[in-house]
Design a protein around this ligand. Structure first.
Ligand SMILES: [Zn+2]
Ligand SMILES: [Zn+2]
Length: 309
């Protein structure tokens, strides 16, 4: 494995006809992936995918802020038969997620958080906050980190609001995926030991360059968020996890972002960029360390028995 796409969605409708082909091709190219759940059914499918591949595929389970209330229907995300869930919204129910979260290859809870991009009413905002708080409590309980979806908008800074809630409630670490805030907002997350990750956006927009440069080692990842935001030169096409390699771009700044993702088999640092920032929070260190150790043991034994460079 040379790269890992820390946030991708082969579990979504955009890949319903060829997820197996895409996964197999991607793994053969040495790119591993974390399929991220967005509500209960997409989380279930992300977990189902874990058992189909011997290695290189991980998952997260959780409830996206869009799906805490009635949301728009995105045909890239949900199949037609799931349309009703976009109409009704979901209340986060720890009981049903618990079974999923116990799978050893479920590496985080989410994507969860706050999305202010669409103008949201007070009661919708309250539901986002409730679902977010419930998932933080759940992550604390199961001892797994948070995969955060945060987006600023009409309601102000989702990053600052999330920071206040996390500071108060969270006992785990996490990753602010698809980072699209300011440098000051990024610093709040780094200060808590949370990582930030960047998508194909950094190949065609430059407002994040300075944040990429300043991100501390180990607190920056590259991700595709496939099927969304394909990097140059694939813009406008369906994005795929394999394009995480294309975030290794032409400038030193962006190169550094993908270097953070680069992990070679057989080297100790293989797990460092992703897993150290995800898992090593002092508050859950004991419990979590056992989990990491078992994960590392599994993966090192794969290293010995197979060569996939
Ligand atoms: Zn997201
Ligand atoms: Zn996503």
């Amino acid at each position: 494995m040379q790269y890992i796409d820390t946030h991708t969605h082969l579990n979504l409708a955009a890949f319903k006809d060829d997820y197996d082909e895409v996964t197999t091709k991607t793994l053969a190219e040495g790119v591993w992936m974390i399929n991220v759940g967005t509500q209960y059914d997409t989380s279930v499918f992300a977990v189902e995918l874990l058992n189909r591949y011997e290695m290189g595929v991980y998952a997260t389970v959780g409830l996206h802020p869009h799906h805490t209330t009635k949301s728009f229907f995105d045909a890239n995300e949900l199949t037609e038969d799931k349309k009703t869930s976009a109409d009704t919204g979901e209340v986060f129910d720890a009981k049903i997620y618990k079974e999923l979260a116990q799978h050893p290859k479920v590496v985080a809870i989410g994507e969860c958080g706050l999305d202010y991009f669409h103008d949201i009413e007070d009661d919708a905002w309250k539901k986002q906050v409730e679902a977010f708080e419930a998932q933080i409590a759940f992550a604390n309980e199961v001892g797994k980190p948070l995969m955060l979806h945060l987006r600023n908008g009409a309601r102000g800074s989702a990053y600052r609001d999330a920071y206040a809630i996390l500071k108060r409630d969270s006992k785990v670490l996490g990753n602010a995926h698809f980072f699209a805030g300011s440098l000051e907002e990024a610093k709040l997350f780094w200060e808590m030991g949370y990582s930030t990750s960047f998508t194909g956006v950094i190949t065609f927009a430059h407002q994040y360059d300075e944040i990429v440069v300043q991100a501390p080692d180990g607190l920056i990842h590259a991700e595709t968020d496939a099927p969304y935001v394909a990097p140059i030169p694939f813009r406008g096409k369906r994005n795929e996890p394999i394009h995480v390699r294309d975030l290794r771009c032409d400038t030193v700044k962006l190169l550094r972002a993908s270097m953070g993702m680069r992990m070679r088999m057989g080297e100790k640092r293989i797990h460092a960029p992703l897993f150290s920032s995800f898992f090593l929070h002092p508050a859950v260190a004991g419990r979590t360390r056992n989990f990491i150790n078992s994960l590392l043991r599994t993966r090192y034994s794969y290293t010995r028995s197979t060569s996939i460079m």
